[in-house]
Design a protein. Structure first.
Length: 47
């Protein structure tokens, strides 16, 4: 069943690989956002 195409047209292996990259991208985006917010807060605190 590893060659079964899903509704997205991806095999199970391709979907797992895409998911891995998607999660890595989300983590990287969140890390950059946290650093950016910290730097802005250090420059001009909003509390």
């Amino acid at each position: 069943m590893s060659n079964h195409k899903s509704i997205s047209g991806l095999t199970d292996e391709e979907a797992q690989e895409f998911h891995t990259f998607w999660i890595q991208g989300t983590v990287a985006f969140t890390a950059v956002a946290v650093v950016a917010h910290f730097l802005v807060w250090a420059w001009r605190p909003w509390f």
